[in-house]
Design a protein around this ligand. Structure first.
Ligand SMILES: [Zn+2]
Ligand SMILES: [Zn+2]
Length: 162
């Protein structure tokens, strides 16, 4: 199960869109777990963005984690995000040019969740594992995985649930 915790307010249809796309991409249940609050002292030194690792470390939520569960934090705040700890991902919803919030958010969410299953960056611009900083990422707003990444994630999910 992929459990979503929101750290900012999102319209319900945005969350709905993201959960559907994640479910379609990974064939795994995905639901909204609840709301959390960003710890204020997770702001970075320049006060311009939140340190994603600190956010996750200092989060006091009572989400119950089962072995094969993944938690995804969603926020509209800017984040500085080195790879998250095992089982946790953060995706920020900063709008990509010309792409609606929910579309960019769903693709970023699928990307970060993919990293939780050890998916690496992918050369295929249509694949959700294509790096987010590449222009190709926003050029293909559909959430899709290339065959290689789809098969790899299926293997990881099977291993995790056995
Ligand atoms: Zn990445
Ligand atoms: Zn790929």
């Amino acid at each position: 199960m992929i459990r979503i915790v929101t750290l900012s307010e999102f319209p319900p249809d945005v969350i709905d869109f993201v959960t559907r796309r994640l479910h379609a991409a990974y064939g795994m249940g995905c639901e909204l777990e609840g709301e959390g609050e960003i710890p204020a002292d997770a702001l970075d030194d320049e006060q311009s963005a939140y340190d994603a690792v600190k956010v996750v470390d200092e989060m006091d939520d009572d989400v119950t984690l089962y072995a094969d569960d993944k938690i995804l934090y969603l926020t509209t705040e800017a984040l500085t995000a080195p790879p998250g700890p095992m089982g946790l991902a953060t995706a920020h919803g900063l709008a990509d040019k010309g792409v609606p919030l929910e579309v960019g958010l769903a693709k970023r969410a699928a990307h970060y969740v993919g990293h939780l299953w050890d998916l690496h960056h992918c050369f295929d611009p249509r694949c959700a594992m294509h790096p987010g900083w590449s222009p190709g990422f926003a050029a293909y707003p559909e959430v899709a995985l290339c065959l290689f990444d789809r098969e790899k994630s299926e293997r990881k999910i099977k291993l995790g649930s056995s």
